[in-house]
Design a protein around this ligand. Structure first.
Ligand code: B3K
Ligand code: ZN
Length: 879
């Protein structure tokens, strides 16, 4: 099936469904190859739809066994079946029942959409449009029904049977078979349907809501691994309590289950009462999971749980409104993690992710508004823009109206829209109602792709003791030049610390830039200040302001805003890196701008503060990523030059701070008998100690390699072992190969740990990495059918190894293209995701640009591409 010009679905074309489905009674008979599904659907014409319209039910890869209308078999000429639909030309113009029997093959379902098997466990994934792979249905989020699901399976194969909602009954069926009936009283769209059947261990817990509801919690994992589910369970309990306090949202069923499976296309899925997870975001132990794995589990567990309100109780009218649940829920999980950990440290992490993933997307051919206007394949729109920029819009809204009005608006939104399929307009209306403000200008954030640029110049008048800031905003790539509403959290900083100056345009530390250009004047400014702009990264923009390094280092030392202290260091580093990189790869290693003032400032900072807040200090020592530097340079990118510039600066820092770095490692070492804790304080100490190791190795590779090998030998946590291995992986030689081999032996039965091992090797910035990857593809633990393995090895290369992926000889592109074509045959969603690595091709210097384009065109020329891949290709080449 070749889709040259995928059909575009337009937001402007939305209209309500002609029919509604109120009740769904499912009977699912699980068998490895021939699973049978009986669906009894209670339908009625939608008063808001077209009377007498044909009923078009979505369906894909289904075998229809029988079809009855109000209990009578339908003659075969009463309906029509295509590859994507079952159509009744003349359904009754009154409520009616359809009984549909279909058969599916879960074992052959390698797309991991609909009903499939993962490691012998039956599970489902229905968002965005997988339910149509289980039965014929109106598979759209504004059709909401109450579901009752009977699941039957072999007791041996699937002793655990789980569905949405609460368990009604269970018992014996035919010999060797058993069943369970689940009922979910909350009407929901089909994308929130789920079932699970398998041999799983359960870690149980209990929670009583503020409303007095008693909830049984279960985290289900592969047999023998329930101890590794403890952190996920703990995170669930904390998320439940937090949502009550922070948003007034309590859980609404008697059961909440989480199931971990090992073949999953994304992180997790918020099915009502039955969240299904990629096991990577559930399983953790000190031996197998890093601190960032623990943090990821906490975030994803919370995210899926929070969807119970933002997504499930209030769902989306159509998929264009995806940010309504995703951006909002990311915002909610970010707030949760900030409360659980250090707010400043978390904010820096959020912004790093935004810049590393969303900014490049917004600058390339795959750019789209947070609420897209059209799509060919919705599964390609679960993007950093919808999620991360979507969350930033919610955060800006809170900054603009203040925390208490924001909470009132959220309460109103949940109250007004509960049980409905809502839109971005419904969301904004709630805030407009509680504040009396017109938010229509602000709403442009949802409509405009691209990262806005805000340019600022500052002028101090010593005589008048005033300081003027001239702002202007621009957004490339759009004919629409109407300005955005941009909250600028700001303040002034002097040589000794923050300056308390006034401006009547600044309220609660925020200036609102809503014109194309505007001016702000502070009075009573006793000294020439340094402006601290976009504190806490108050808007997702690029800031253009010429400040000297000395001014930036003043911010690093004295700003009251921790985010901008970090940003100041990043900005100085960015100047050093871009200047070095733009001088070209050959020069990058030798001469270059002087970094010593920067290194001295970092040294002073470490002396004063490192041990007080190690997690923050670890971030202060980190340099902008290669992708960030590329984005800053913007055109004619040579990844080798950027890589060399980063190595050089890291070496300077390592040399310059060598004594201090060793001192920190000693001071932060845990006593040998210390008990493991994944909490933020312990993780922060480990992170600074490991950043120190990394910089020591950058400054002195030989002693760094020895230190890394020692650390690996002594490690009691995966964090420390992996940090040692990552450092060693950058230093060629037998020590590295021995450490890699020993790691593989030690974790040969731990696929999630081997993913780290795959990714580390995929990231080695050396010429023979493609051969190494080819060999690793033959490793017994690798499988092209498992998304985690593919993301680790192939994604680890395309996203984590800019010099080798972008080799001028094209070998890196060829490797990834080959993998994409192979994977597209079994799992198009995964293939399409991998393909986005080519999104920045136009920014490259001409040799690489031509190679990348040629590779994308070669993929395009391959026969039988999926719609998922064809859609990304079309946009990558057109944009
Ligand atoms: N809502 C799911 C993502 C579904 C992706 C479908 N291609 C997980 C989440 O964001 O919570
Ligand atoms: Zn989500």
């Amino acid at each position: 099936m070749r889709t040259e010009n995928p059909i575009l679905i337009q937001l402007a074309d939305y209209r309500p469904s002609d029919y509604l489905i109120d009740r769904v009674i499912l009977d699912v008979d699980l068998h490895a190859h021939e699973s049978r599904v009986k669906a009894e659907l209670t339908l009625r014409p939608n008063p808001a739809g077209i009377a007498g319209a044909p009923l078009v039910l979505d369906g894909e890869d289904l075998t229809l066994l029988s079809l009855e209308l109000d209990g009578r078999a339908l003659a075969s000429d009463a309906y029509a079946i295509t590859a994507t639909a079952l159509t009744l030309a003349q359904p009754p113009n009154r409520p009616f029942k359809l009984t549909i029997r279909t058969q599916v093959d879960p074992t052959a379902n390698t797309r991991l959409m609909g009903l499939y098997r993962s490691g012998g466990v039956y599970c489902t994934q229905c968002e965005a449009d997988g339910f149509r792979r289980i039965t014929y249905f109106l598979d759209r989020p504004d059709v909401m029904a109450v579901y009752t699901t009977r699941i039957e399976a072999d007791r041996d194969e699937a002793p655990v049977l789980l569905g949405n909602g609460n368990l009604l009954e269970s018992g014996e069926a035919a010999p060797g078979r058993h069943f369970a009936v689940w009922h979910d009283p909350h009407p929901k769209p089909a994308y929130l349907f789920a079932l699970v059947g398998g041999r799983l261990d359960r870690l149980g817990g209990h929670f009583t809501t503020s409303e007095g509801r008693s909830i049984e919690l279960g985290v289900y994992v592969e047999p023998g691994k329930s101890a590794r589910a403890a952190y996920a369970l703990d995170a669930t309990l904390r998320a439940m309590a937090w949502d009550e306090t922070a948003f007034g949202r309590a859980y609404d069923l008697d059961v909440f289950n989480v199931v971990a499976v090992s073949d999953f296309n994304m992180g997790a899925m918020e099915n009502k009462g039955l969240n299904i997870f990629n096991d990577k975001y559930v399983l953790a132990s000190a031996e197998t999971a890093t601190d960032s794995d623990y943090a990821g589990i906490e975030t994803v567990i919370a995210h899926e749980y929070f969807h119970n309100w933002s997504g499930n109780r209030v769902t989306c009218r159509d998929w264009f409104q995806l940010c309504l649940k995703e951006g909002l829920t990311v915002f909610r999980d970010q707030e949760f993690s900030s409360d659980m950990r250090s707010r400043a440290v978390h904010r820096i992490g959020e912004v790093r992710t935004l810049r590393a993933r969303q900014f490049p997307e917004d600058a390339g051919p795959l750019a789209h508004p947070v609420r897209p206007k059209h799509y060919a394949e919705i599964n390609n729109f679960y993007t950093a823009t919808v999620y991360e920029k979507g969350a930033e819009i919610v955060r800006m809204l809170r900054t603009l109206i203040g925390a208490s009005a924001f909470r009132a608006g959220m309460d109103r939104y949940f109250a007004e829209c509960d049980g409905t399929a809502a839109t971005v307009e419904d969301f904004l209306d709630a805030f407009a109602a509680v504040t009396g403000r017109d938010l229509s200008d602000f709403a442009r954030w949802y409509e405009r792709p691209g990262t806005p640029k805000v340019s600022v110049t500052g002028t101090y008048d010593a005589g008048a003791q005033t300081y003027r800031l001239d702002f202007s905003q621009s957004l490339a790539g759009s004919d629409d030049t109407t300005p955005l509403v941009i909250p600028v959290a700001l303040g002034l900083v002097g040589q000794q610390g923050p300056i308390d100056a006034a401006s009547d345009r600044v309220q609660d530390g925020v200036f609102v830039l809503s014109e194309s250009a505007d001016t702000l004047t502070f009075t009573n400014v006793p000294e020439a200040p340094v402006p601290s702009l976009f504190r806490g990264f108050s808007a997702p923009v690029r800031i253009v302001m010429t400040l000297s390094d000395a001014d930036r280092l003043t911010l690093l030392r004295h700003d009251s805003d921790p985010f901008n202290r970090w940003q100041a260091g990043q900005s100085v580093a960015m100047r050093l890196l871009t200047e070095r990189a733009m001088a070209g790869a050959a020069e990058a290693d030798s001469a270059g701008p002087d970094a010593s003032a920067f290194v001295d400032a970092l040294g002073g900072f470490l002396d004063a503060e490192a041990l007080a807040d190690p997690a923050f200090a670890a971030l202060m020592l980190g340099l902008p990523g290669a992708g960030d530097v590329a984005g800053e340079i913007g055109a004619n990118i040579d990844p080798d030059a950027i890589h060399a510039a980063r190595l050089t600066l890291r070496r300077h820092i390592g040399h310059g701070l060598m004594g201090r770095l060793h001192g920190l490692r000693d001071a932060l070492a845990d006593p040998a008998d210390a008990a493991f804790s994944p909490d933020a304080a312990a993780a922060g100490r480990r992170s600074l100690r490991n950043v120190a190791l990394d910089l020591i190795a950058a400054g002195d590779p030989a002693s760094g390699a020895d230190l890394a090998a020692e650390q690996i030998a002594a490690a009691t946590t995966m964090t420390d072992r992996l940090a040692g291995l990552s450092v060693l992986a950058t230093i060629p030689g037998p020590q590295r190969e021995a450490a890699l081999a020993a790691f593989a032996t030690r974790y040969r039965d731990e696929p999630l740990v081997l993913d780290k091992w795959f990714a580390i090797q995929a990231g080695i910035a050396e010429a023979d990495t493609p051969q190494r990857i080819a060999a690793l593809q033959q490793h017994p633990a690798f499988a092209m059918t498992n998304p985690n393995r593919v993301r680790a090895l192939i994604g680890g290369f395309s996203m984590g190894n800019p010099t080798q992926f972008n080799r001028p000889d094209g070998a890196g592109y060829a490797l990834v293209a080959q993998a994409i074509l192979t994977i597209d045959k079994s799992n198009p969603q995964l293939a399409a995701r991998l393909l986005t690595a080519f999104g920045s091709w136009r920014m490259l210097e001409p040799v690489r640009r031509d190679r990348a384009e040629a590779t994308v065109r070669e993929i395009h020329a391959a026969p039988g591409l999926s719609r998922d891949v064809a859609d990304i290709l079309a946009r990558t080449l057109a944009g």
